[in-house]
Design a protein around this ligand. Sequence first.
Ligand code: DQA
Length: 150
Amino acid sequence: MAARRVLVVHGCNLNLLGEREPELYGRATLSEIDQQIESLASELGLEVRIVQSNHEGEIIEAIQDARQWADGIVINPAGFTTTSVGILDAIKATRLPAVEVHLSNVHAREEFRRQSIIAAATVGQVCGFGLNSYLLALRGLAAQLSARED
Ligand code: DQA
């Protein structure tokens, strides 16, 4: 069976991980997180393509492109979580299973961070586990993809 393929999206400001509010987001840099994602992906038999952008339109285009090649999406929409109908609609348009990720526990923070617009297009959300949120999301998505094959 061909490897299942997953688009991993990091939204705005996540390029600054490591130096950005480490008490909330941890000390790992984005490239360290990406290495862990890639290593788990190969363990799970997944192929990942990873995209980070500070531009909503670029994220929307990457998600639209995923229609052509991906089997699922893991996305940390970051600051776009509570604002982007465009990202919500792009995920819906792909009809792919998507998992929403946050490093921090957004439900234990300011009220405005709790209302995810994106959640309506996802199979689930993982938040609060630092970089492990991405790894748990990847495992959850892999299980969803396997279940769909049964
Ligand atoms: C975040 C949480 C968001 O509220 C925030 O805007 C981010 C990062 C997280 O990973 O915890 O940029 O998505």
